[in-house]
Design a protein around this ligand. Sequence first.
Ligand SMILES: Cc1cc2nc3c(=O)[nH]c(=O)nc-3n(C[C@H](O)[C@H](O)[C@H](O)COP(=O)(O)OP(=O)(O)OC[C@H]3O[C@@H](n4cnc5c(N)ncnc54)[C@H](O)[C@@H]3O)c2cc1C
Length: 555
Amino acid sequence: MGDMANPVILTVDDDPVVSRAVARDVRRRYGDRYRVVRASSGPEALEALREVKLRGEQAALLLADHRMPEMTGIEFLEAAMDLFPAARRVLLTAYADTEAAIEAINVVDLDHYLLKPWHPPEEQLYPVLDGLLDAWAASPDAALAEIRVVGHRWSAPSFTVRDFLARNLVPFRWLPAEEPEGARLLDAAGATEADLPVVVTTEGKAMVQPSQAELATLAGLTVLPATDFYDLVVVGGGPAGLGSAVYGASEGLRTVLVERRATGGQAGQSSRIENYLGFPDGVSGAQLTDRARRQATKFGAELLSTREVVGLDVAGSARLLRFDDGSEIGAHTVVLATGVSYRLLDAPGLADLTGRGVFYGSTATEAPSCVDHEVYIVGGANSAGQAAVHFSRYATRVHLLIRGADLTGSMSRYLIDQLDRIDSIVVHPHTTVVGADGEEHLRRLTLCDARTGATRTVDTSWLFIFIGAEPRTDWLDGRLVRDRRGFIVTGPDLLADGRRPAGWTLPRDPYHLETSVPGVFAAGDVRAQSVKRVASAVGEGAMAVSLVHRYLEAQ
Ligand SMILES: Cc1cc2nc3c(=O)[nH]c(=O)nc-3n(C[C@H](O)[C@H](O)[C@H](O)COP(=O)(O)OP(=O)(O)OC[C@H]3O[C@@H](n4cnc5c(N)ncnc54)[C@H](O)[C@@H]3O)c2cc1C
Protein backbone atom coordinates (compact mmCIF):
# COMPACT_ATOMS: atom_id res chain seq x y z
CA MET A 1 0.00 0.00 0.00
CA GLY A 2 3.06 2.21 0.76
CA ASP A 3 2.78 4.94 -1.83
CA MET A 4 -1.02 4.73 -2.09
CA ALA A 5 -1.43 5.60 1.56
CA ASN A 6 0.37 8.95 1.29
CA PRO A 7 -1.93 11.98 1.34
CA VAL A 8 -2.60 13.50 -2.04
CA ILE A 9 -1.53 16.82 -3.52
CA LEU A 10 -3.67 17.47 -6.58
CA THR A 11 -2.75 19.93 -9.31
CA VAL A 12 -5.10 20.91 -12.11
CA ASP A 13 -4.25 23.06 -15.12
CA ASP A 14 -5.54 22.84 -18.70
CA ASP A 15 -2.23 23.99 -20.17
CA PRO A 16 -0.12 20.82 -20.48
CA VAL A 17 3.20 22.66 -20.22
CA VAL A 18 2.25 24.50 -17.05
CA SER A 19 0.55 21.41 -15.68
CA ARG A 20 3.72 19.32 -16.09
CA ALA A 21 5.83 22.08 -14.59
CA VAL A 22 3.66 22.44 -11.47
CA ALA A 23 3.51 18.69 -10.92
CA ARG A 24 7.29 18.38 -11.44
CA ASP A 25 8.13 21.13 -8.95
CA VAL A 26 5.68 19.80 -6.38
CA ARG A 27 6.83 16.22 -6.81
CA ARG A 28 10.50 17.21 -6.47
CA ARG A 29 9.98 18.57 -2.98
CA TYR A 30 7.05 16.58 -1.62
CA GLY A 31 7.04 13.39 -3.69
CA ASP A 32 8.46 11.28 -0.87
CA ARG A 33 5.66 12.14 1.57
CA TYR A 34 2.74 12.96 -0.69
CA ARG A 35 1.21 11.38 -3.78
CA VAL A 36 1.06 14.02 -6.51
CA VAL A 37 -1.96 13.65 -8.80
CA ARG A 38 -2.20 15.74 -11.97
CA ALA A 39 -5.40 16.57 -13.88
CA SER A 40 -6.06 18.64 -16.98
CA SER A 41 -9.60 19.83 -16.23
CA GLY A 42 -11.89 20.48 -13.29
CA PRO A 43 -14.17 17.47 -14.00
CA GLU A 44 -11.15 15.18 -14.35
CA ALA A 45 -9.70 16.50 -11.10
CA LEU A 46 -13.00 15.91 -9.29
CA GLU A 47 -13.14 12.38 -10.61
CA ALA A 48 -9.62 11.79 -9.30
CA LEU A 49 -10.52 13.24 -5.90
CA ARG A 50 -13.55 10.99 -5.68
CA GLU A 51 -11.33 7.98 -6.23
CA VAL A 52 -9.02 9.26 -3.50
CA LYS A 53 -12.03 9.53 -1.19
CA LEU A 54 -13.32 6.07 -2.05
CA ARG A 55 -9.97 4.56 -1.26
CA GLY A 56 -10.07 6.19 2.16
CA GLU A 57 -7.05 8.35 1.40
CA GLN A 58 -6.63 12.00 2.30
CA ALA A 59 -6.18 15.06 0.09
CA ALA A 60 -3.90 17.61 1.69
CA LEU A 61 -3.58 20.32 -0.92
CA LEU A 62 -5.38 21.38 -4.10
CA LEU A 63 -3.63 23.66 -6.59
CA ALA A 64 -5.99 24.85 -9.31
CA ASP A 65 -5.49 27.08 -12.31
CA HIS A 66 -8.33 29.59 -12.46
CA ARG A 67 -9.03 30.15 -16.16
CA MET A 68 -9.92 26.68 -17.42
CA PRO A 69 -12.50 26.16 -20.17
CA GLU A 70 -14.82 23.49 -18.74
CA MET A 71 -14.86 24.55 -15.13
CA THR A 72 -13.04 27.43 -13.48
CA GLY A 73 -10.58 26.86 -10.68
CA ILE A 74 -13.00 28.41 -8.19
CA GLU A 75 -15.83 26.14 -9.32
CA PHE A 76 -13.51 23.17 -8.98
CA LEU A 77 -12.33 24.17 -5.50
CA GLU A 78 -15.92 24.73 -4.43
CA ALA A 79 -16.96 21.26 -5.58
CA ALA A 80 -13.80 19.75 -4.06
CA MET A 81 -14.75 21.19 -0.66
CA ASP A 82 -17.65 18.74 -0.58
CA LEU A 83 -15.16 15.90 -0.71
CA PHE A 84 -12.23 17.25 1.31
CA PRO A 85 -13.22 20.26 3.36
CA ALA A 86 -9.91 20.31 5.21
CA ALA A 87 -7.67 20.24 2.13
CA ARG A 88 -5.75 23.50 1.66
CA ARG A 89 -6.80 25.45 -1.43
CA VAL A 90 -4.53 27.43 -3.73
CA LEU A 91 -5.58 29.27 -6.89
CA LEU A 92 -3.07 29.86 -9.69
CA THR A 93 -3.52 32.71 -12.13
CA ALA A 94 -1.42 34.01 -15.00
CA TYR A 95 -1.89 37.66 -14.07
CA ALA A 96 -3.15 39.62 -11.09
CA ASP A 97 -6.81 38.74 -11.30
CA THR A 98 -8.27 40.56 -8.33
CA GLU A 99 -11.84 39.71 -9.18
CA ALA A 100 -11.06 35.99 -9.12
CA ALA A 101 -9.10 36.35 -5.90
CA ILE A 102 -11.94 38.15 -4.12
CA GLU A 103 -14.50 35.65 -5.35
CA ALA A 104 -12.26 32.77 -4.35
CA ILE A 105 -11.73 34.13 -0.87
CA ASN A 106 -15.48 34.53 -0.39
CA VAL A 107 -16.72 31.39 -2.09
CA VAL A 108 -14.10 28.79 -1.35
CA ASP A 109 -12.30 30.21 1.63
CA LEU A 110 -9.07 30.27 -0.35
CA ASP A 111 -5.82 29.68 1.51
CA HIS A 112 -3.52 31.21 -1.04
CA TYR A 113 -3.46 32.94 -4.36
CA LEU A 114 -0.33 32.31 -6.49
CA LEU A 115 0.83 34.11 -9.59
CA LYS A 116 2.41 32.15 -12.44
CA PRO A 117 5.32 31.74 -13.04
CA TRP A 118 6.59 30.94 -9.56
CA HIS A 119 10.31 30.70 -10.34
CA PRO A 120 12.45 29.98 -8.52
CA PRO A 121 10.18 27.57 -6.63
CA GLU A 122 12.48 27.64 -3.60
CA GLU A 123 11.47 31.26 -3.09
CA GLN A 124 8.04 31.61 -4.67
CA LEU A 125 6.36 28.26 -4.25
CA TYR A 126 7.78 26.01 -1.55
CA PRO A 127 7.60 28.45 1.38
CA VAL A 128 3.87 28.90 0.69
CA LEU A 129 3.19 25.19 0.24
CA ASP A 130 5.34 24.23 3.25
CA GLY A 131 3.21 26.44 5.45
CA LEU A 132 -0.05 25.12 4.06
CA LEU A 133 0.99 21.49 4.35
CA ASP A 134 2.18 22.00 7.94
CA ALA A 135 -1.17 23.59 8.76
CA TRP A 136 -3.02 20.73 7.10
CA ALA A 137 -0.98 18.11 8.93
CA ALA A 138 -1.85 19.81 12.23
CA SER A 139 -5.59 19.85 11.46
CA PRO A 140 -7.76 17.13 13.02
CA ASP A 141 -8.97 15.81 9.65
CA ALA A 142 -5.47 14.95 8.56
CA ALA A 143 -4.98 12.70 11.51
CA LEU A 144 -8.46 11.23 11.10
CA ALA A 145 -8.40 7.60 12.01
CA GLU A 146 -9.96 5.52 9.30
CA ILE A 147 -12.19 2.52 8.96
CA ARG A 148 -10.33 -0.46 7.54
CA VAL A 149 -11.87 -3.34 5.67
CA VAL A 150 -9.97 -6.62 5.45
CA GLY A 151 -11.33 -9.09 2.93
CA HIS A 152 -10.72 -11.34 -0.02
CA ARG A 153 -10.18 -9.55 -3.30
CA TRP A 154 -12.59 -11.81 -5.14
CA SER A 155 -15.28 -12.39 -2.59
CA ALA A 156 -18.86 -11.22 -3.00
CA PRO A 157 -19.42 -10.48 0.75
CA SER A 158 -16.22 -8.38 0.84
CA PHE A 159 -17.38 -6.52 -2.25
CA THR A 160 -20.78 -5.86 -0.63
CA VAL A 161 -19.12 -4.22 2.37
CA ARG A 162 -16.87 -2.02 0.23
CA ASP A 163 -19.73 -1.09 -2.07
CA PHE A 164 -21.97 -0.14 0.84
CA LEU A 165 -19.33 2.09 2.44
CA ALA A 166 -18.45 3.68 -0.89
CA ARG A 167 -22.08 4.41 -1.75
CA ASN A 168 -22.50 6.12 1.58
CA LEU A 169 -19.29 8.12 1.03
CA VAL A 170 -17.69 6.63 4.11
CA PRO A 171 -13.90 6.76 3.72
CA PHE A 172 -12.20 3.46 4.37
CA ARG A 173 -8.95 1.67 3.68
CA TRP A 174 -9.24 -1.60 1.80
CA LEU A 175 -6.72 -4.25 2.83
CA PRO A 176 -6.73 -7.55 0.92
CA ALA A 177 -6.19 -10.38 3.38
CA GLU A 178 -3.55 -11.84 1.04
CA GLU A 179 -1.28 -8.81 1.53
CA PRO A 180 0.98 -8.36 4.57
CA GLU A 181 -0.83 -5.34 6.02
CA GLY A 182 -4.21 -7.07 5.75
CA ALA A 183 -2.83 -10.23 7.32
CA ARG A 184 -1.25 -8.20 10.14
CA LEU A 185 -4.52 -6.42 10.90
CA LEU A 186 -6.48 -9.66 10.80
CA ASP A 187 -4.02 -11.16 13.25
CA ALA A 188 -4.22 -8.07 15.46
CA ALA A 189 -8.03 -8.35 15.46
CA GLY A 190 -7.76 -11.96 16.61
CA ALA A 191 -9.62 -13.07 13.48
CA THR A 192 -8.86 -15.64 10.81
CA GLU A 193 -9.54 -15.92 7.09
CA ALA A 194 -12.77 -17.76 7.91
CA ASP A 195 -14.09 -14.55 9.53
CA LEU A 196 -13.72 -12.32 6.46
CA PRO A 197 -14.76 -9.67 5.72
CA VAL A 198 -13.64 -7.95 8.92
CA VAL A 199 -14.22 -4.23 9.43
CA VAL A 200 -12.02 -2.43 11.92
CA THR A 201 -13.61 0.75 13.24
CA THR A 202 -11.82 4.04 13.87
CA GLU A 203 -11.76 3.07 17.56
CA GLY A 204 -10.04 -0.18 16.63
CA LYS A 205 -13.03 -2.47 17.26
CA ALA A 206 -13.21 -5.44 14.89
CA MET A 207 -16.56 -6.34 13.36
CA VAL A 208 -16.68 -9.82 11.86
CA GLN A 209 -18.91 -10.18 8.76
CA PRO A 210 -20.98 -7.13 9.71
CA SER A 211 -24.59 -6.84 8.53
CA GLN A 212 -25.65 -3.81 6.48
CA ALA A 213 -27.47 -2.43 9.53
CA GLU A 214 -24.26 -2.70 11.60
CA LEU A 215 -22.32 -0.98 8.84
CA ALA A 216 -24.97 1.74 8.63
CA THR A 217 -24.63 2.39 12.36
CA LEU A 218 -20.86 2.46 12.02
CA ALA A 219 -21.21 5.01 9.24
CA GLY A 220 -23.34 7.21 11.46
CA LEU A 221 -26.50 6.48 9.47
CA THR A 222 -29.83 6.20 11.21
CA VAL A 223 -31.58 2.83 11.12
CA LEU A 224 -34.39 3.29 13.65
CA PRO A 225 -37.26 5.78 13.34
CA ALA A 226 -37.43 8.43 16.09
CA THR A 227 -41.18 8.01 16.48
CA ASP A 228 -43.91 5.70 15.22
CA PHE A 229 -46.19 8.16 13.42
CA TYR A 230 -45.39 10.73 10.72
CA ASP A 231 -47.19 13.09 8.35
CA LEU A 232 -45.30 11.54 5.45
CA VAL A 233 -43.34 8.33 4.95
CA VAL A 234 -41.28 8.22 1.78
CA VAL A 235 -40.27 4.71 0.67
CA GLY A 236 -37.09 4.69 -1.41
CA GLY A 237 -34.08 7.01 -1.29
CA GLY A 238 -33.37 7.66 -4.96
CA PRO A 239 -33.82 11.09 -6.57
CA ALA A 240 -37.64 10.89 -6.34
CA GLY A 241 -37.61 9.90 -2.67
CA LEU A 242 -34.94 12.46 -1.76
CA GLY A 243 -36.95 15.08 -3.68
CA SER A 244 -40.04 14.26 -1.62
CA ALA A 245 -38.07 14.28 1.63
CA VAL A 246 -36.55 17.71 0.90
CA TYR A 247 -39.87 19.28 -0.06
CA GLY A 248 -41.90 17.48 2.62
CA ALA A 249 -39.57 18.44 5.47
CA SER A 250 -38.95 21.97 4.19
CA GLU A 251 -42.70 22.54 4.08
CA GLY A 252 -43.17 21.52 7.67
CA LEU A 253 -44.32 17.90 7.33
CA ARG A 254 -42.92 15.38 9.85
CA THR A 255 -41.12 13.31 7.23
CA VAL A 256 -39.20 10.06 7.31
CA LEU A 257 -37.51 8.46 4.32
CA VAL A 258 -36.91 4.70 4.38
CA GLU A 259 -34.23 3.21 2.15
CA ARG A 260 -33.40 -0.48 2.00
CA ARG A 261 -29.74 0.01 1.06
CA ALA A 262 -27.93 3.31 0.63
CA THR A 263 -29.54 6.55 -0.49
CA GLY A 264 -28.99 7.58 -4.11
CA GLY A 265 -30.83 4.80 -5.91
CA GLN A 266 -29.82 4.20 -9.49
CA ALA A 267 -28.61 7.76 -9.84
CA GLY A 268 -26.12 7.11 -7.03
CA GLN A 269 -24.43 4.59 -9.32
CA SER A 270 -24.04 6.99 -12.20
CA SER A 271 -20.45 8.05 -12.77
CA ARG A 272 -21.59 11.30 -14.39
CA ILE A 273 -25.05 12.71 -14.91
CA GLU A 274 -24.66 15.19 -17.73
CA ASN A 275 -28.25 16.23 -18.35
CA TYR A 276 -29.42 17.39 -14.93
CA LEU A 277 -30.34 21.05 -14.89
CA GLY A 278 -27.82 23.36 -13.28
CA PHE A 279 -24.74 21.13 -13.69
CA PRO A 280 -23.19 22.13 -17.03
CA ASP A 281 -20.08 20.05 -16.31
CA GLY A 282 -22.05 17.05 -15.11
CA VAL A 283 -22.29 15.78 -11.59
CA SER A 284 -21.50 12.36 -10.23
CA GLY A 285 -24.43 10.46 -8.73
CA ALA A 286 -22.60 10.20 -5.43
CA GLN A 287 -22.11 13.94 -5.21
CA LEU A 288 -25.72 14.69 -6.08
CA THR A 289 -26.87 12.18 -3.48
CA ASP A 290 -24.61 13.54 -0.80
CA ARG A 291 -25.91 17.06 -1.36
CA ALA A 292 -29.56 15.96 -1.46
CA ARG A 293 -29.10 13.93 1.70
CA ARG A 294 -27.57 16.89 3.53
CA GLN A 295 -30.34 19.14 2.26
CA ALA A 296 -33.09 16.75 3.45
CA THR A 297 -31.48 16.39 6.87
CA LYS A 298 -30.99 20.15 7.16
CA PHE A 299 -34.75 20.61 6.80
CA GLY A 300 -35.37 18.01 9.47
CA ALA A 301 -36.25 14.89 7.46
CA GLU A 302 -35.24 11.61 9.06
CA LEU A 303 -33.39 9.27 6.71
CA LEU A 304 -33.37 5.59 7.61
CA SER A 305 -30.91 3.35 5.78
CA THR A 306 -30.81 -0.44 5.41
CA ARG A 307 -34.51 -0.74 6.21
CA GLU A 308 -36.68 -2.50 3.65
CA VAL A 309 -40.42 -1.88 3.56
CA VAL A 310 -42.27 -5.13 2.87
CA GLY A 311 -45.92 -4.33 3.54
CA LEU A 312 -48.52 -1.56 3.26
CA ASP A 313 -51.79 -1.62 5.25
CA VAL A 314 -54.64 0.82 5.70
CA ALA A 315 -56.19 1.38 9.13
CA GLY A 316 -58.79 4.14 8.87
CA SER A 317 -56.98 7.33 7.92
CA ALA A 318 -53.59 5.85 8.88
CA ARG A 319 -51.27 4.20 6.40
CA LEU A 320 -49.06 1.52 7.99
CA LEU A 321 -45.73 0.39 6.60
CA ARG A 322 -44.14 -2.86 7.73
CA PHE A 323 -40.38 -3.44 7.80
CA ASP A 324 -38.65 -6.72 7.07
CA ASP A 325 -38.09 -7.32 10.81
CA GLY A 326 -41.86 -7.12 11.44
CA SER A 327 -41.86 -3.65 13.03
CA GLU A 328 -44.17 -0.90 11.70
CA ILE A 329 -44.50 2.84 11.32
CA GLY A 330 -47.64 4.79 10.51
CA ALA A 331 -48.36 7.99 8.64
CA HIS A 332 -51.11 10.15 7.23
CA THR A 333 -49.58 9.89 3.76
CA VAL A 334 -47.02 7.83 1.83
CA VAL A 335 -44.89 8.47 -1.25
CA LEU A 336 -43.72 5.26 -2.93
CA ALA A 337 -40.46 6.04 -4.72
CA THR A 338 -38.96 2.58 -4.96
CA GLY A 339 -37.64 2.96 -8.51
CA VAL A 340 -36.46 -0.02 -10.47
CA SER A 341 -33.72 -2.65 -10.10
CA TYR A 342 -31.53 -4.21 -12.73
CA ARG A 343 -32.92 -7.10 -14.69
CA LEU A 344 -30.66 -10.14 -14.35
CA LEU A 345 -28.90 -11.60 -17.38
CA ASP A 346 -29.54 -15.28 -17.73
CA ALA A 347 -26.59 -17.31 -19.00
CA PRO A 348 -24.81 -20.33 -17.47
CA GLY A 349 -22.15 -19.30 -14.95
CA LEU A 350 -23.19 -15.67 -14.48
CA ALA A 351 -25.17 -16.08 -11.26
CA ASP A 352 -22.25 -17.80 -9.48
CA LEU A 353 -19.79 -15.10 -10.51
CA THR A 354 -21.95 -12.11 -9.57
CA GLY A 355 -19.89 -9.85 -7.33
CA ARG A 356 -16.73 -11.68 -8.45
CA GLY A 357 -16.11 -10.06 -11.80
CA VAL A 358 -19.74 -9.93 -12.92
CA PHE A 359 -21.55 -6.79 -11.80
CA TYR A 360 -24.94 -5.22 -12.39
CA GLY A 361 -24.46 -1.54 -13.03
CA SER A 362 -21.05 0.04 -12.78
CA THR A 363 -19.52 0.30 -9.39
CA ALA A 364 -17.17 3.12 -8.63
CA THR A 365 -15.21 0.88 -6.29
CA GLU A 366 -14.25 -1.50 -9.07
CA ALA A 367 -13.14 0.95 -11.76
CA PRO A 368 -9.56 1.49 -10.50
CA SER A 369 -9.06 -2.28 -10.40
CA CYS A 370 -9.70 -2.45 -14.14
CA VAL A 371 -6.46 -0.63 -14.99
CA ASP A 372 -4.64 -2.54 -17.78
CA HIS A 373 -7.56 -4.96 -18.20
CA GLU A 374 -10.12 -5.54 -20.94
CA VAL A 375 -13.62 -4.75 -19.75
CA TYR A 376 -16.91 -6.02 -21.24
CA ILE A 377 -20.16 -4.11 -20.90
CA VAL A 378 -23.57 -5.43 -21.93
CA GLY A 379 -26.29 -2.97 -22.94
CA GLY A 380 -27.10 -0.31 -25.48
CA ALA A 381 -28.79 2.39 -23.40
CA ASN A 382 -27.34 5.54 -21.83
CA SER A 383 -26.30 3.85 -18.61
CA ALA A 384 -24.12 1.38 -20.55
CA GLY A 385 -22.70 4.24 -22.64
CA GLN A 386 -21.78 6.27 -19.56
CA ALA A 387 -20.13 3.23 -18.04
CA ALA A 388 -18.11 2.64 -21.23
CA VAL A 389 -16.81 6.23 -21.09
CA HIS A 390 -16.02 5.90 -17.39
CA PHE A 391 -14.19 2.57 -17.69
CA SER A 392 -12.24 3.76 -20.73
CA ARG A 393 -10.29 5.98 -18.31
CA TYR A 394 -8.93 2.86 -16.63
CA ALA A 395 -9.17 -0.16 -18.90
CA THR A 396 -6.96 -0.85 -21.92
CA ARG A 397 -10.06 -1.62 -23.97
CA VAL A 398 -13.79 -1.47 -23.32
CA HIS A 399 -16.04 -3.81 -25.34
CA LEU A 400 -19.66 -2.77 -25.55
CA LEU A 401 -21.88 -5.73 -26.45
CA ILE A 402 -25.24 -4.83 -27.96
CA ARG A 403 -28.03 -6.97 -29.36
CA GLY A 404 -29.04 -4.56 -32.14
CA ALA A 405 -27.19 -3.40 -35.22
CA ASP A 406 -26.19 -0.03 -33.71
CA LEU A 407 -26.84 2.35 -30.84
CA THR A 408 -28.96 4.95 -32.57
CA GLY A 409 -32.34 3.75 -31.31
CA SER A 410 -31.30 3.25 -27.71
CA MET A 411 -28.65 5.82 -26.72
CA SER A 412 -28.54 9.64 -26.66
CA ARG A 413 -26.68 11.23 -29.54
CA TYR A 414 -24.19 13.05 -27.27
CA LEU A 415 -23.09 9.74 -25.76
CA ILE A 416 -22.81 7.97 -29.13
CA ASP A 417 -20.58 10.84 -30.27
CA GLN A 418 -18.52 10.57 -27.09
CA LEU A 419 -18.04 6.81 -27.63
CA ASP A 420 -17.00 7.43 -31.25
CA ARG A 421 -14.26 9.76 -30.09
CA ILE A 422 -12.70 7.24 -27.68
CA ASP A 423 -10.44 4.81 -29.54
CA SER A 424 -10.33 2.24 -26.77
CA ILE A 425 -14.10 1.61 -26.90
CA VAL A 426 -15.22 -1.06 -29.35
CA VAL A 427 -18.93 -1.64 -30.05
CA HIS A 428 -19.87 -5.24 -30.94
CA PRO A 429 -23.29 -5.31 -32.64
CA HIS A 430 -25.56 -8.39 -32.63
CA THR A 431 -23.59 -9.85 -29.73
CA THR A 432 -24.88 -11.55 -26.59
CA VAL A 433 -23.23 -13.27 -23.63
CA VAL A 434 -24.14 -16.96 -23.53
CA GLY A 435 -21.78 -18.24 -20.86
CA ALA A 436 -19.24 -17.27 -18.20
CA ASP A 437 -16.66 -19.24 -16.30
CA GLY A 438 -13.96 -18.82 -13.73
CA GLU A 439 -13.32 -20.21 -10.28
CA GLU A 440 -12.40 -17.56 -7.76
CA HIS A 441 -13.26 -14.86 -10.26
CA LEU A 442 -14.57 -14.40 -13.80
CA ARG A 443 -11.97 -15.59 -16.30
CA ARG A 444 -13.79 -16.16 -19.61
CA LEU A 445 -16.97 -15.19 -21.41
CA THR A 446 -18.64 -16.99 -24.28
CA LEU A 447 -20.13 -14.57 -26.79
CA CYS A 448 -22.60 -15.35 -29.54
CA ASP A 449 -23.12 -13.57 -32.84
CA ALA A 450 -26.91 -13.44 -33.10
CA ARG A 451 -26.83 -13.34 -36.92
CA THR A 452 -24.84 -16.51 -37.44
CA GLY A 453 -25.16 -18.29 -34.11
CA ALA A 454 -21.35 -18.60 -34.02
CA THR A 455 -19.81 -18.51 -30.55
CA ARG A 456 -16.37 -17.45 -29.40
CA THR A 457 -14.58 -17.29 -26.07
CA VAL A 458 -12.80 -14.22 -24.73
CA ASP A 459 -10.54 -13.90 -21.69
CA THR A 460 -11.67 -11.20 -19.28
CA SER A 461 -12.09 -10.60 -15.58
CA TRP A 462 -14.72 -7.88 -15.82
CA LEU A 463 -18.31 -7.88 -17.04
CA PHE A 464 -20.71 -5.03 -16.26
CA ILE A 465 -24.35 -5.59 -17.18
CA PHE A 466 -26.92 -2.88 -17.96
CA ILE A 467 -29.89 -4.58 -19.56
CA GLY A 468 -32.79 -2.58 -18.30
CA ALA A 469 -34.65 -2.69 -15.10
CA GLU A 470 -37.94 -3.66 -13.54
CA PRO A 471 -39.87 -2.45 -10.51
CA ARG A 472 -39.76 -4.67 -7.44
CA THR A 473 -43.31 -4.11 -6.25
CA ASP A 474 -44.48 -7.64 -5.45
CA TRP A 475 -44.99 -6.60 -1.85
CA LEU A 476 -47.78 -4.30 -3.05
CA ASP A 477 -49.62 -7.08 -4.85
CA GLY A 478 -53.34 -6.92 -4.07
CA ARG A 479 -52.86 -3.63 -2.18
CA LEU A 480 -52.93 -1.20 -5.06
CA VAL A 481 -53.25 -1.20 -8.83
CA ARG A 482 -50.10 -2.06 -10.78
CA ASP A 483 -49.71 -2.59 -14.50
CA ARG A 484 -48.71 -5.86 -16.16
CA ARG A 485 -45.01 -5.22 -15.53
CA GLY A 486 -45.45 -4.19 -11.91
CA PHE A 487 -45.29 -0.40 -12.34
CA ILE A 488 -47.70 1.51 -10.07
CA VAL A 489 -50.67 3.08 -11.84
CA THR A 490 -51.62 6.60 -10.74
CA GLY A 491 -54.03 9.48 -11.34
CA PRO A 492 -56.09 9.60 -14.52
CA ASP A 493 -54.63 6.24 -15.67
CA LEU A 494 -56.65 4.59 -12.88
CA LEU A 495 -59.93 5.61 -14.43
CA ALA A 496 -61.18 2.81 -16.66
CA ASP A 497 -63.90 4.25 -18.90
CA GLY A 498 -64.28 7.06 -16.40
CA ARG A 499 -64.87 4.63 -13.51
CA ARG A 500 -62.81 5.02 -10.33
CA PRO A 501 -60.69 2.04 -9.20
CA ALA A 502 -62.26 -0.73 -7.12
CA GLY A 503 -62.28 0.07 -3.40
CA TRP A 504 -61.84 3.82 -3.99
CA THR A 505 -64.02 5.51 -1.34
CA LEU A 506 -63.57 9.26 -1.86
CA PRO A 507 -66.03 11.45 -3.78
CA ARG A 508 -63.27 12.68 -6.11
CA ASP A 509 -60.95 11.19 -8.72
CA PRO A 510 -57.40 10.21 -7.68
CA TYR A 511 -54.96 13.13 -7.88
CA HIS A 512 -52.33 13.05 -10.58
CA LEU A 513 -49.68 10.97 -8.73
CA GLU A 514 -52.08 9.27 -6.35
CA THR A 515 -52.35 5.48 -6.40
CA SER A 516 -55.57 3.48 -6.03
CA VAL A 517 -55.18 3.89 -2.24
CA PRO A 518 -56.06 7.48 -1.24
CA GLY A 519 -53.18 9.29 0.43
CA VAL A 520 -50.59 6.93 -1.06
CA PHE A 521 -48.68 8.51 -3.96
CA ALA A 522 -46.06 7.17 -6.38
CA ALA A 523 -43.17 9.15 -7.86
CA GLY A 524 -40.24 8.46 -10.17
CA ASP A 525 -39.30 5.34 -12.09
CA VAL A 526 -41.67 3.03 -10.19
CA ARG A 527 -44.70 4.92 -11.54
CA ALA A 528 -46.32 3.59 -14.71
CA GLN A 529 -45.73 5.90 -17.69
CA SER A 530 -43.03 7.92 -15.89
CA VAL A 531 -40.04 9.34 -17.73
CA LYS A 532 -36.99 7.46 -16.53
CA ARG A 533 -34.75 10.42 -15.75
CA VAL A 534 -33.21 12.04 -12.67
CA ALA A 535 -34.90 15.40 -13.34
CA SER A 536 -38.36 13.93 -13.72
CA ALA A 537 -37.92 11.74 -10.64
CA VAL A 538 -36.92 14.78 -8.55
CA GLY A 539 -39.80 16.76 -10.08
CA GLU A 540 -42.35 14.06 -9.32
CA GLY A 541 -41.01 13.73 -5.79
CA ALA A 542 -41.62 17.45 -5.27
CA MET A 543 -45.00 17.37 -6.97
CA ALA A 544 -46.15 14.42 -4.84
CA VAL A 545 -45.60 16.60 -1.76
CA SER A 546 -47.88 19.32 -3.09
CA LEU A 547 -50.55 16.66 -3.62
CA VAL A 548 -49.90 15.37 -0.08
CA HIS A 549 -50.77 18.87 1.18
CA ARG A 550 -53.93 18.90 -0.91
CA TYR A 551 -54.91 15.50 0.48
CA LEU A 552 -54.21 16.54 4.10
CA GLU A 553 -56.18 19.79 3.75
CA ALA A 554 -59.24 17.87 2.58
CA GLN A 555 -59.08 15.40 5.50
C1 LIG B 1 -25.89 3.81 -14.29
C2 LIG B 1 -27.06 4.74 -14.50
C3 LIG B 1 -26.86 5.97 -15.10
C4 LIG B 1 -27.93 6.86 -15.28
N1 LIG B 1 -27.69 8.09 -15.83
C5 LIG B 1 -28.68 8.99 -15.95
C6 LIG B 1 -28.42 10.29 -16.48
O1 LIG B 1 -27.30 10.62 -16.85
N2 LIG B 1 -29.46 11.16 -16.56
C7 LIG B 1 -30.72 10.83 -16.14
O2 LIG B 1 -31.59 11.71 -16.19
N3 LIG B 1 -31.00 9.60 -15.66
C8 LIG B 1 -30.01 8.67 -15.56
N4 LIG B 1 -30.29 7.42 -15.08
C9 LIG B 1 -31.67 7.11 -14.68
C10 LIG B 1 -31.97 7.69 -13.30
O3 LIG B 1 -30.92 7.35 -12.41
C11 LIG B 1 -33.29 7.19 -12.77
O4 LIG B 1 -34.33 7.61 -13.64
C12 LIG B 1 -33.58 7.75 -11.36
O5 LIG B 1 -32.57 7.35 -10.45
C13 LIG B 1 -34.94 7.29 -10.85
O6 LIG B 1 -35.10 7.74 -9.54
P1 LIG B 1 -36.11 7.06 -8.52
O7 LIG B 1 -35.93 7.78 -7.24
O8 LIG B 1 -37.46 7.00 -9.13
O9 LIG B 1 -35.66 5.54 -8.37
P2 LIG B 1 -34.27 4.85 -8.01
O10 LIG B 1 -33.14 5.72 -8.36
O11 LIG B 1 -34.35 3.50 -8.61
O12 LIG B 1 -34.30 4.73 -6.41
C14 LIG B 1 -35.19 3.86 -5.76
C15 LIG B 1 -34.67 3.58 -4.35
O13 LIG B 1 -35.67 2.88 -3.62
C16 LIG B 1 -35.07 1.88 -2.82
N5 LIG B 1 -36.08 0.84 -2.55
C17 LIG B 1 -36.66 0.01 -3.44
N6 LIG B 1 -37.56 -0.78 -2.83
C18 LIG B 1 -37.54 -0.45 -1.52
C19 LIG B 1 -38.25 -0.92 -0.37
N7 LIG B 1 -39.17 -1.88 -0.47
N8 LIG B 1 -37.95 -0.36 0.84
C20 LIG B 1 -37.04 0.63 0.95
N9 LIG B 1 -36.33 1.11 -0.11
C21 LIG B 1 -36.59 0.59 -1.32
C22 LIG B 1 -33.92 1.37 -3.70
O14 LIG B 1 -32.91 0.74 -2.91
C23 LIG B 1 -33.44 2.67 -4.33
O15 LIG B 1 -32.43 3.30 -3.57
C24 LIG B 1 -29.24 6.50 -14.88
C25 LIG B 1 -29.46 5.24 -14.29
C26 LIG B 1 -28.38 4.36 -14.11
C27 LIG B 1 -28.63 3.02 -13.48
